[in-house]
Design a protein around this ligand. Structure first.
Ligand code: GDP
Ligand code: IMO
Ligand code: MG
Length: 434
């Protein structure tokens, strides 16, 4: 049985990771975020009540667990404070239940400003970011210019010195795009220092805590943000986010030992969505797209943007299984397919120029103009599957559809989600012993 599980997205984010993390949290002691920032929007629905989390780990509604924000996450302190207070307002106390690494890089106001002006400047070539400053914050990290939580708390003099340099740098950079924007060093300094008292008690050595917990055989979920094809290396570059979203990131972004990960669970919708720009081979624009969008409520949890819709793409999923070293899959949103006459699954890509077929999307350069999806078309079902908890209760066409996908992917399907609520779920494999 497993102690430590990574749960991550197989597509372009919004697969339903939050729901699945919340569901499995009843078995664990810790839930750890390890990359991304408040660009994430993870939705939990418990007894019809919806909560959307951006930075705080999705297990937090379970009163006995501890949420950890690992070193790989870029943290906007004002957004963290806002999220804590939203949770307090719904009577979720975080007292002694939220711990943050002092090695987290900070997201500051100038990152957000640069993100926004740069997107505007790029016009039709923009990435379609969430506008949360995530790209610039990770750029600072890689350029060794980040201000980190530990600097703010424990070396204020150095923090202020580096902040001044960064404000000068960003004023210079942003003026290239928009001369009317100016970052005021004094204001940002006062603001940042005012956060110190608020977060000081939350900051601890998260790596050591996880190490010791693992030695005591306590259980941990590592919660991915975004999805495999938004990964900075393996995604649809440059239409990606600025962190590694694939499973190896769980160890890097938390300092947890790679040998101690027992299971890697990938979450995928039974169709595809993407927010923002970039290639999308199975994208559809017909009436089925509208049906899936409205039934699946496909609007971004962070920005409210309408998500683009397409059929399930096994060429991408096969790649996601490989690069994440996946142990098993969770499919979400089966209920959204109810009532469709037919359901398409992309089983190959075909090169238009010479008819050659690809079963796994290649790494690196791809000429998407030369690719078309080849579909298997399966019959749909009319029955309502929402909330179904047993595989045997599913309509026979739904069972055949899922069995067909399982056969083609040759991997365990552990969970099937049949609605947004925590208990709308078919568990095929228990991943934890109790
Ligand atoms: P995440 O970013 O991967 O956590 O996913 P989001 O929360 O951004 O988006 C997933 C959306 O689908 C949320 O609105 C969930 O409440 C909803 N959801 C998750 N699983 C299911 C499901 O099986 N059926 C339906 N209808 N909705 C689901
Ligand atoms: P969760 O964790 C879906 C997308 C943005 C854009 C690209 C880069 O809820 O699945 P960024 O702001 O990160 O620089 O934007 O990545 N994106 C997401 N799409 N779900 C997310 O998170 C996303 N986080 C970023 O739309 O295309
Ligand atoms: Mg989301």
């Amino acid at each position: 049985m497993n102690n430590n599980i990574v749960i991550l997205g197989m597509q372009w984010g919004d697969e339903g990771k939050g729901k699945i993390v919340d569901l499995l949290t009843s078995h664990v002691n810790y839930v750890v975020r390890y990359q991304g920032g408040h660009n994430a929007g993870h939705t939990l629905v418990v007894n019809g009540k919806k909560t959307i989390l951006h930075l705080i780990p999705s297990g937090i509604l379970h009163p006995d667990i501890i949420g950890i924000i690992g070193n790989g996450v870029v943290v906007s302190i004002p957004n963290l404070i806002k999220e804590i207070s939203i949770l307090k307002n719904i009577n979720v106390s975080l007292e002694n239940r939220l711990i943050i690494s002092s090695a987290c890089s900070l997201v500051l106001d100038y990152h957000i400003k640069l993100d926004l002006v740069r997107e505007k400047f790029l016009g039709s070539n923009s990435i379609g970011t969430t506008g949360r400053g995530i790209g610039p914050a990770y750029e600072d990290k890689i350029s060794r210019r980040s201000l980190r939580i530990g600097d703010l708390l424990y070396d204020q003099e150095l923090f202020i010195f580096n902040l001044k340099n960064n404000v000068d740098y960003y004023n210079h950079l942003i003026s290239f795009y928009d001369k009317s924007i100016y970052i005021d060093f004094d204001l940002i300094k006062i603001e940042m220092i005012s956060y110190k008292d608020y977060i000081i008690d939350l900051v601890k050595d998260t790596t050591q805590i996880l190490y010791e917990s693992n030695n005591k055989k306590q259980k941990i979920i590592f919660e991915g943000a975004q999805g495999t094809f938004l990964d900075i290396d393996h995604g649809t570059y440059p239409y990606v986010t600025s962190s590694n979203t694939t499973s190896a990131s769980a160890c890097i972004g938390s300092g947890f030992g790679i040998k101690n990960i027992d299971y890697i669970l990938g979450v995928s919708k039974l169709y595809s969505t993407r927010v923002g720009n970039g290639p999308f081979v199975t994208e559809i624009f017909d009436e089925i797209s509208d049906i899936l969008c409205s039934k699946g409520n496909e609007f971004g949890s962070t920005t409210g943007r309408k998500r683009r819709i397409g059929w399930l793409d096994l060429v991408m999923l096969r790649k996601a299984i490989i690069i994440n070293s996946l142990s098993g899959l969770c499919f979400t949103k089966l209920d959204v397919l109810d009532g469709l006459k037919y359901i398409k699954i992309c089983i190959f890509y075909e090169k238009i120029s010479d008819g050659t077929r690809l079963s796994v999307i290649p790494t690196g350069y791809i000429n998407y103009n030369n690719i078309r999806p080849i579909y298997k078309i399966l019959p749909g079902w009319n029955e309502d599957t929402s909330g179904i908890k047993l595989f045997s209760s599913l309509p026979s066409n739904a069972k055949s559809y899922l069995n067909y996908i399982k056969k083609l992917l040759n991997i365990s399907i552990d969970i099937i989600s049949t609605g947004p609520d925590r208990d709308h779920v078919i568990i095929l494999n228990e991943l934890f012993s109790s």
